[in-house]
Design a protein around this ligand. Structure first.
Ligand code: ADP
Ligand code: ADP
Length: 220
């Protein structure tokens, strides 16, 4: 089943073609890497997915919804770990999850959500005391509230140590196994190599290649 589909997606700014006839398909439960250098068009793509901006041409479908036609439904079905997520230093992990639940109108079990991101024992500590890796996992936990069909990771920080990357990998894997589609946008090759099933390479708003990691290795 297709989880994300873009058809001839194009975004033209006055002087700049940010996305140029971009067509892509991601299947349900895939851990899909979206790899490209700065300025490639990754943020533009994600902004269209979230209906923050409208494409000049073409369209996107996520979890069976077109963001332009049913923005509210798309927001319910998509979780995002933004690149610039911010936490409240004085609020605990539990309070952050509770906040996300309130915003979402969800009554999920907070401890279960914290366990899913490996923070079961740290839930009552203030986020200000968390390591970078723990903070990232909390942002991840907040994005999982509402059980999204698609989880977008927008340029997860390069500041996480190798253990942090390993933790992320395990969380991503277990979420994907339960059917969540992961869309992992990054400019760091090692991050997609570590976690992704398939990778799309984007450059100058165009799709350069889509393949498995091993397929890409053979091709380049
Ligand atoms: P990435 O996320 O891969 O770094 P972006 O999607 O942010 O790439 O940008 C793609 C291209 O579109 C870049 O050349 C960028 O300068 C341009 N761009 C992005 N947003 C705007 C905007 N609001 N106005 C004009 N150009 C933009
Ligand atoms: P990211 O680091 O996530 O790719 P950027 O730094 O490219 O984000 O862009 C940050 C913001 O600036 C976005 O809202 C984007 O639309 C805007 N932007 C990016 N490039 C340009 C540009 N050339 N002209 C105007 N706005 C831009």
């Amino acid at each position: 089943m297709t989880a994300i589909e873009t058809s001839n997606l194009t975004k033209q700014y006055s002087e700049e073609t940010a996305l140029d006839d971009f067509t892509l398909r991601v299947e349900r439960g895939e851990v899909f890497g979206f790899l490209g250098p700065n300025g490639a068009g990754k943020s533009t793509t994600i902004d269209i997915f979230l209906d923050f901006i409208r494409p000049t041409d073409g369209h996107a479908v996520l979890a069976d919804c077109d963001p332009q036609q049913s923005p509210q439904k798309v927001k319910q079905n998509i979780g995002v770990v933004p690149d610039d997520y911010s936490l409240y230093d004085s609020l605990t992990g539990i309070e952050h999850i509770e906040l996300a639940k309130d915003l979402h109108g969800s009554d999920e079990d907070t401890d279960t959500l914290l366990s899913r991101v490996g923070l079961a024992d740290a839930g009552d500590q203030p986020a200000g005391s968390y390591s970078k890796g723990m903070a990232q996992r909390l942002a991840f936990g907040m994005a999982l509230v509402g059980d999204p069909d698609v989880l977008i990771l927008d340029e997860p920080s390069g500041g996480i140590d190798p253990n942090g990357v390993q933790d992320m990998r395990e969380i991503i894997r277990s979420e994907a196994e339960s059917g969540t589609t992961i869309f992992f946008s990054t400019h760091i090759l090692e991050q997609v190599e570590a976690v992704c099933d398939r990778v799309a390479i984007i450059n100058d708003g165009q799709l350069v290649a889509v393949d498995t990691i091993s397929g890409l290795r053979d091709a380049f």
